[in-house]
Design a protein around this ligand. Structure first.
Ligand code: ZN
Ligand code: ZN
Length: 228
């Protein structure tokens, strides 16, 4: 059994083309938390079971498990849960494969753009690195995020246009007192969140859920509060 190792260009293309969401639970998917899931499990490669599945789906018997048509973005936790289950062909899965096949050309184009546009790959690289090791200065971070926003916007699926880019799920607690937490988001934004079990729901971000706010922005995903 071969275990595919994904390149940064492949990861970026799969995440972007499928709307930056987890295909298993439908929720927004932070880039750093993404696994690429094989719709038809990779471990079935070369087995009789795979032949049966392909026949049932009326897919060609030489259908490649490691192609755009079989790769979907998923949360690490959702993907791990799925791995414990026996795969069963179902119409909803076939629809997903057909959908991924239909997008294959666009996925390839996004992949190629990642490779050819250095400003995109460098900006994404640096921002992710900065999130993971916290070594970027705020000025550097803002510069790379601004660059990334411009480059990434061109590749996003229509429903994601002008949405915040959800790169990392991490919130760090910097401080707390009797009433509130002071939190730091993945891009370095600092904000607050009240304590207690009866917090007004408006403290949750419509985009990424429980979070802190720096006044106007969700510190986790950058979502801007509606002015009204
Ligand atoms: Zn998920
Ligand atoms: Zn948010």
């Amino acid at each position: 059994m071969s275990k595919k190792k994904f390149s940064p260009a492949e990861r970026y293309a799969v995440w972007t083309v499928h709307g930056e969401k987890c295909w298993l639970c439908g929720e927004p998917l932070p880039y750093t938390d993404m696994h690429i899931d094989h719709i038809i499990p990779e471990k079935l490669e070369g087995t009789e079971a795979l032949k049966g599945i392909l026949e049932e789906f009326a897919l060609p018997l030489d259908f490649e498990l490691n192609t755009w048509a079989n790769w979907m973005p998923a949360h690490a936790t959702c993907n791990t849960k799925k791995l414990d289950h026996v795969f069963r062909p179902a119409p909803i899965i076939l629809r997903q494969i057909e959908h991924a096949i239909a997008k294959s050309k666009t996925t390839q184009e996004i992949h190629d753009k990642y490779l050819s546009r250095r400003s995109l790959s460098i900006a994404l690289d640096r921002v992710i690195e900065g999130i993971e090791n916290g070594r970027l200065t705020p000025e550097q971070r803002d510069r790379f995020i601004a660059k990334l926003s411009v480059e990434h916007e061109r590749n996003r699926s229509p429903e994601m246009h002008h949405q915040p880019i959800f790169l990392s799920p991490n919130l760090t607690i910097l401080n707390e007192d009797k009433y509130r937490y002071t939190l730091k988001g993945p891009s370095g934004l600092i904000g607050t969140r009240p304590k207690g079990s009866r917090i007004d729901p408006s403290w949750d971000c419509p985009n990424c859920g429980p979070t802190g706010w720096n006044g106007t922005r969700c510190i986790q995903c950058g979502h801007l509060i509606d002015p009204d």
